[in-house]
Design a binder for this molecule. Structure first.
Ligand SMILES: CCC[C@H](O)CC(=O)SCCNC(=O)CCNC(=O)[C@H](O)C(C)(C)COP(=O)([O-])OP(=O)([O-])OC[C@H]1O[C@@H](n2cnc3c(N)ncnc32)[C@H](O)[C@@H]1OP(=O)([O-])[O-]
Length: 688
């Protein structure tokens, strides 16, 4: 756990050994503690170098130990730090790879820090619901005073030579605990302003706010008092549901890589095809972002757009985004895709158009080319059936902007081969995405769950709510944008087009169909009415809110909308009632959760973790709430079930509010913890 050797006669080299990231689990802490004591008591040792195995200094505390009693065994991290800092022999940290969280604190407890130029250091625990903040690369760390020296050479050798050179030198001013924090002018005003800003950005997350309190303590209190305050604050965070939710997200983010298909095919038994060239077809916003993402991942990309003016504009935008990096060529001819290993289709969301395109691509492309569609809702299998090799067709559902959003839904149809899925998943990894493999159904996972969410939001408007009220409740919960601001941003016409395609609105609706009912179920035409009036959201300058110009970003309340809703209610004999924030949250969120349980039961998602990763990384679900399925567990499954039963009783014509059978089965079996839910799924399959 901590290897101890003596080098150059007088330097003790301690190497942390706990792959893959040298996390500081109990045995490592114990090993470090013993090694420092050994170095202190060995008269031949005059200095110490601390390093990590395999080019990695330390990834911090072992997150798997959090909330686990075994983490209480062995010395505490702070005890290891104190022993190191008070050592009478200089301790030099040799930082390669990364020193994160407790790993950086360990380095800070050393008297000197030498970092490799490519090393990253930081305190990213805020992502785990603990404090503090961001990561920086070695050069910046040097400027900030976190490192004493940066090297391009072998870091451990440099540190060994350095340690030798400081043997016997005084250490008092090298101990961080002895260094006073330089006083700031207007300290109080500074922290009050910082707190105000952090609170407004934290959207209900405690860790960033508590972080400011801790920094204030560090800057204003004597060292030991600051440490005491930090301990109290950390204890509060550790015991909060938010830290558990964030730590769950850390593992959910990585769980997608261990994908499985209902056929039994899995991540560890399938080989990905080798992909070095790609074509992107259709250069609207999505196609441009996908081109950038693929090029940044090192693929040679040909970007194809048949409309010349769109092609020229895309070339300008993509080149600007890539800033001269990346290999991209442009063409208006589909034949340019003939020799590529992968095609990503990103044309308009129109089944007939996509079918035609897939037929063409199948005849143009060389055998073995993987054909991927970026559709967000359409049937992958129908597209596959237009091709020569349906096993080589998958969905790669990117999220806008595609070069920035972390999520990638990899959609397999009944005929997609495991190799095709493995290839898309590996590509996702190369692009730095959180990739999740999901089955084929309308909307896949993310958009299928979005549908009942939007539906509830519309129903709430019919019943008396305003977009402002609904959005405020959701934003207070932690979403970066409420549902109405979000749909204004993505464009109301997107859903309108899909509803037309589904025959829910437009010319295909049979004459005499009641306005607020489809197939015997409640339906709200509000979104359609908005689009019929040209209110598409930000792009048209008017949607659920008013914007100063088309493309404007600042939403203002629109008196027109208030009148529109009042007239709509009168026309449809609806009586507005006061709606409480709690009802908004329960109806919108429970509707999402309920669909999540159905998706799990249908085998469309392989695990609740996969669903949660999709919602956190693609739909803005707040990380400190862990994703919809985790949140359901935190609220209590019985309470979610009771809520859904209550709302379904009040709205019997809304099938999305009818509790799912899996939720009922889970509650009936005593609401097991989330990692056991899969055992209750129909046709249970193990994926982890
Ligand atoms: C009192 C305490 C105070 C203290 O301040 C608290 C802390 O230090 S909090 C900690 C503060 N530290 C952080 O917040 C750093 C969190 N970690 C990271 O940011 C990235 O993992 C890192 C940059 C280190 C490597 O990225 P990469 O090269 O892309 O690799 P990867 O990401 O795929 O991970 C590989 C495997 O290692 C696993 N694993 C990783 N870290 C930990 C851990 N600390 N623990 C346990 N496991 C960890 C990870 O799950 C994965 O396992 P699997 O089974 O293969 O799925």
């Amino acid at each position: 756990m901590a290897q101890y050797t003596t080098v150059n006669g007088s330097v003790a080299l301690i190497t942390i050994q706990n792959p893959p990231v040298n996390a500081l689990r109990a045995a490592v802490r114990e090993g470090l503690f013993n090694a420092i004591q050994k170095a202190s008591s060995d008269p031949l040792v005059r200095s110490v170098v601390l390093s990590g195995q395999n080019g990695t200094f330390c990834g911090g505390a072992d997150i798997k130990e959090f909330g686990n009693v075994s983490s209480m065994s062995g010395p505490l991290l702070v005890e290891v730090f104190a022993l190191m800092e008070t050592s009478m022999k200089p301790v030099v940290a040799a930082i390669e790879g990364f020193a994160l969280g407790g790993g950086l604190e360990l380095a800070l407890a050393c008297h000197y820090r030498i970092g490799h130029s490519k090393a990253r250091v930081g305190l990213p625990e805020v992502n785990l619901g603990l404090f503090p903040g961001r990561q920086v690369i070695a050069g910046e760390a040097l400027k900030l005073g976190l490192l004493d020296r940066v090297t391009d050479h072998n870091t451990v050798d440099t540190a060994l030579a350095f340690a030798k050179s400081v043997e016997g030198k005084p250490l008092d001013n090298r101990r961080l605990g002895n260094r006073p924090c330089p006083p700031l002018e207007n300290m109080d005003a500074f922290f009050e302003e910082a707190m105000k800003r952090v609170r407004s950005r934290a959207r209900g997350a405690s860790a960033p706010v508590v972080c400011v309190q801790a920094v204030r303590g560090a800057a204003t209190l004597p060292f030991h008092k600051g440490m005491e305050l930090e301990k109290v604050l950390l204890g509060t965070l550790f015991n909060s549901g938010q830290a558990q939710a964030s730590q769950y997200c850390f593992f959910a983010e990585r769980a997608g890589a261990r994908w499985s298909m209902p056929s039994g095919a899995r991540w560890d038994t399938c080989r990905a095809l080798s992909i070095s060239t790609a074509a992107v077809i259709g250069l609207g916003t999505m196609g441009r972002g996908i081109t950038v993402a693929l090029a940044r991942a090192g693929l040679s990309v040909v970007a194809v757009e048949t409309q010349e003016h769109q092609l020229a504009e895309a070339q300008r935008v993509v080149s600007h985004m890539l800033k001269g990096g990346g290999q991209v060529s442009y063409s208006s001819d589909l034949q340019a895709a003939a020799e590529v290993d992968l095609v990503v289709e990103a044309v308009f969301e129109d089944m007939a158009l996509k079918e035609k395109l897939f037929k063409l691509l199948s005849s143009i492309c060389k055998p073995g080319t993987l054909l991927a569609t970026n559709t967000s809702t359409l049937d992958i299998d129908r597209l596959a059936s237009c091709t020569r090799d349906p096993q080589l067709v998958v969905g790669m559902h990117f999220f806008a902007p595609a070069h920035m959003m972390r999520l990638l839904e990899v959609v397999y149809g009944p005929r997609s081969s495991p190799e095709a899925v493995a290839t898309a998943m590996q590509l996702g990894k190369r692009m730095g995405k959180v990739s999740v493999a999901v089955g084929n159904c309308p909307g896949f996972v993310g958009n299928r769950m979005l549908k009942p969410y939007l539906e509830q939001a519309y129903f709430l408007l019919e019943e008396g709510a305003t977009p402002e009220l609904v959005d405020a409740a959701l934003e207070e919960f932690g979403f970066p944008m409420g549902v109405f601001r979000m749909t204004d941003l993505s464009g109301l016409d997107v859903g309108w087009r899909i509803r037309k395609e589904e025959g829910l609105t437009g010319p295909d609706v049979p004459a005499g169909q009641p306005t607020r009912s489809r197939h015997g179920h409640r339906y709200s035409p509000l979104g359609d009415l908005m689009c019929e009036r040209g209110r598409y959201g930000q792009k048209s300058g008017r949607g659920w809110y008013l914007y100063d110009k088309p493309g404007g970003r600042v939403a203002r309340s629109d008196p027109w909308l208030r009148n529109f809703l009042e007239e709509y209610r009168v026309r449809n004999a609806l009586v507005a009632r006061p709606i409480h924030r709690q009802e908004v949250l329960e109806r919108c969120l429970y509707a999402i959760i309920n669909e999540g349980f159905r998706i799990l039961d249908d085998g469309i998602a392989a695990s609740p973790q996969n669903i949660d990763a999709i919602y956190v990384f693609g739909y803005g679900w707040p990380k400190h709430r862990g994703g919809p399925m985790f949140y359901a567990g935190q609220v209590g499954l019985a309470r979610v079930l009771e809520g859904l039963e209550r709302y379904h009783l009040a709205h019997p014509d809304v099938p999305h509010l009818e509790p799912s059978s899996l939720l009922r089965r889970l509650v009936a079996s005593g609401s097991p913890p989330i990692h056991k839910w899969n055992q209750m799924v129909k046709g249970h399959r193990s994926q982890l």
